[in-house]
Design a protein. Structure first.
Length: 643
RNA sequence: GCUGGCGUAGCUCAAUCGGCAGAGCAGCGGUUUUGUAAACCGCAGGUUGGAGGUUCGAUUCCUCUCGCCAGCUCCA
């Protein structure tokens, strides 16, 4: 039997050897940092016996697959600790997550913080015991009998859902056994440091009709330093939380008296929003969009025609009755844009038509899902609807992609993940429509050399879509942008244009949002920058501060000059020490602090201090204006289409 | 909506077993005229989220309700 490492010559070993032995034979030194392997692309235990030629790849904590094995064994250790301490707890499922893991238990009472301490201590003890982890295979009936004897009802339910005739595996360490596909670490001692994070309720199999289980989250790392780095990152996420920063910087508030999920934009938040919106409008007009406005309510009939009453009612505010007819607060903008399209006869020469609107919509979201600015009940979409001929889809989508990346990059996002979602089970429309639209989306992605993931069946019920996720400064992904092809609404509203042949044809609609919702995007921006907005977005770009009352007139004059040049500047003339004024400006994340004492008045300069302490020396007001002008043009904010 | 936790001054947080609601910051008044992240003194600030109950007495215990937080489900 031949085994080999990737891209390396193969070596002969005896059939039936373990993966571990094969790796040793290949000259891999089997230290404790190697704890699993990939065999012909499949992740397996080191103790797995090889029966055919194989390409091997040792797995360590440095790969996503390796971490997955490591965390999976960690959650088994946690489950063992729970079972040892609370034998009546029932096992359910416990997967690894990206940098943590959880296990769901069914237990007669809730776990207390004291319980968690005990569980954590017991888990560390299990790690110390260094129990060998072994795999065992059962037939389906054996597995059912086995878990029945251990009283694990949820496991039996899981097994009963598995296909007949295939072996079912379980992993054991000491007295603990869990139904599990694996693979796992060779022994519990391979886990370095182990920490429980928090608990939460979770439905059995994620279905809210099922009983609520108790989920315990934890994480594990090879070393304490790595755990500490991870915990520091969690702290940083907390520090940047937009709800906290939004309050500290006096940007927004959400108040009981007004209602959950309804946002008040305070002057500083509103300043940033205005800058975002102005930029958005300017760029849309440049890129061939026409901007429109639409009302916040419409007759319910409109929403019946659009299908929202049938497909979206759960997310809509209740309709209101007025003069005998019903009106609906808008959950989306599309029907209005459609009605603008329909307001007169269209020629094929008019297409594509691009209507854009910063349209405020209201959606009923269940109380439990509301979350700061990221999930609200009233929000403004940066919406647009493109009406085009079938042969224009690809070009239009390509243009939208260019435009989207350009807008997102302008706000400082550099990394993206793109998903192409295809026809879901429940959907409307002819197959050839779906095929045409899907291939147009794919062609557009390929024409821009954009690598993407396929999300089969993830499309909207009316058409396929491209979703773009942005990565923020902390490496978290957020979905904002979406581009969706729609042939359902043109049909529902009987849209048409007159073609070259003089006959009526149906246009295709493309829905797209770039930031998604201004509220949500703003929340993400706050966290991305930790409140320290780039100069072009900062609500106050410079604070000019006096050392004593002597410089009052001078400072006021400098502020006036900055304002006249179009910058957002404020004076701090208070009777306070300069250290105090600097501290306040730092806390407010003002990009530039301009200090003027008698020396600066003499020389007609200001002493320039950058945010977070950098000393930029003395400058004339003209010098400061140059500096600010340079600052606000970064990053480059001009779009160039690549075709 | 569901499970669990939490609501005390504008903000961040105290208050032993049910026994007179308190501190720092912010605010206001004064003193200080100050050189790169917090000067000093004083004053004021509360129906303890709301309603009901138990009790001589409730921030504290109970019921209901509103909201927030961690998740689940859902999603821009």
């Amino acid at each position: 039997m031949k085994v080999a490492l990737k891209d390396r010559p193969s070596v002969d070993v005896q059939a039936g050897q373990t993966v571990e032995a094969a790796l040793s034979a290949l000259g891999v030194s089997m230290s404790a940092d190697i704890f699993a392997a990939k065999v012909n692309g499949q992740v397996v235990d080191l103790s797995r016996h090889l029966s055919e030629d194989a390409t091997l790849e040792p797995l360590r904590f440095d790969s996503a697959e390796g971490r997955d094995v490591y965390r999976h064994s960690s959650t088994h250790i946690m489950a063992q600790a729970v079972k040892e301490l609370f034998p009546s707890a029932q096992l359910t499922i416990g997967p690894a997550l990206e940098d943590s893991f959880f296990y769901d238990f069914s237990f007669e009472r809730t776990f207390t913080p004291e319980d968690l301490e005990k569980i954590e201590a017991r888990a560390s003890d299990i790690i110390k015991r260094n129990l060998t982890i072994t795999r065992r295979e059962f037939t389906k009936q054996e597995a059912i009998d086995f878990f029945k004897s251990r009283g694990e009802a949820y496991k039996i339910e899981l097994i009963q859902g598995f296909p007949d005739g295939e072996p079912i595996s379980a992993y054991m360490q000491g007295d603990f056994v869990d139904l599990c596909r694996g693979p796992h670490l060779p022994a519990t001692g391979y886990v370095g440091v182990f920490k429980l994070l928090n608990t939460a309720g979770a439905y059995w199999r994620g279905d809210e009709r099922n009983p609520m289980l108790q989920r315990i989250y934890g994480t594990s790392f090879p070393t304490k330093a790595e755990l500490d780095a991870h915990l520091a990152r969690l702290e940083e996420i907390k520090r940047r939380d937009h709800r906290k920063v939004g309050k500290e910087l006096d940007l927004i508030s959400i108040q009981d008296e007004i209602g959950p999920g309804l946002v008040l934009w305070h002057p500083k938040g509103a300043t940033i929003r205005l800058l975002i919106e102005n930029f958005w409008r300017e760029q849309h007009i440049k890129d061939g969009y026409e901007l429109v406005y639409s009302p916040h309510v419409a007759r319910l009939d409109l929403w019946k025609t659009s299908g929202h009453v049938d497909y979206y009612r759960d997310n809509m505010f209740a309709a209101m009755k007025l003069e005998g007819s019903e009106y609906q607060l808008k959950p989306m903008n599309c029907p209005y844009h459609i009605m603008i399209y329909k307001s007169h006869l269209r020629s094929y020469r008019d297409l594509p038509i691009r209507y854009g609107e910063l349209g405020t919509v209201y959606r009923y979201e269940r109380t439990g899902v509301l979350h700061g600015l990221l999930r609200v009940r009233g929000f403004t979409q940066d919406d647009a609807h493109l009406f085009c001929r079938p042969d224009q889809i690809e070009t239009e989508v390509s243009r939208v992609l260019d435009f989207t990346f350009f807008i997102l990059q302008s706000f400082g996002f550099a990394e993206f993940e793109v998903f192409l979602s295809t026809r879901p089970k429940e959907s409307v429309g002819a197959d050839e429509h779906w095929a045409l639209a899907t291939s147009a989306l794919e062609a557009a992605l390929k024409s821009r050399n954009i690598s993407f993931h396929l999300d089969p069946g993830g499309g909207a019920f009316y058409g396929p879509k491209i979703d773009i996720k942005i990565k923020d400064a902390l490496g978290r992904s957020w979905q904002c942008s979406t581009v969706q092809v729609d042939f359902n609404n043109p049909e529902r509203f009987e849209l048409s244009y007159i073609g070259e042949d003089g006959k009526a044809h149906q246009p295709i609609m493309i829905h797209r949002a770039l930031m998604g919702s201004i509220e949500r995007f703003f929340g993400i921006l706050i966290e991305h920058y930790g409140g320290a907005f780039p100069t072009w977005l900062a609500p106050v770009q410079a604070t000019v501060m006096s050392i004593t009352d002597n410089q009052r007139d001078y400072v006021s004059a400098v502020v006036a000059q900055l304002k006249a040049a179009g910058f957002r500047a404020e004076a701090d003339l208070r009777n306070e020490k300069i250290g105090f004024k600097i501290r306040e400006a730092e806390k407010a994340k003002v990009p530039f602090m301009l200090v003027a004492g008698d020396r600066e008045v003499q020389g007609g300069t200001v002493s320039v201090r950058g945010r977070s302490g950098s000393n930029l020396g003395s400058m004339t007001v003209a010098g400061v204006l140059d500096l600010l002008r340079t600052e606000i043009t970064r990053p480059q904010r001009e779009l160039q289409h690549t075709h």
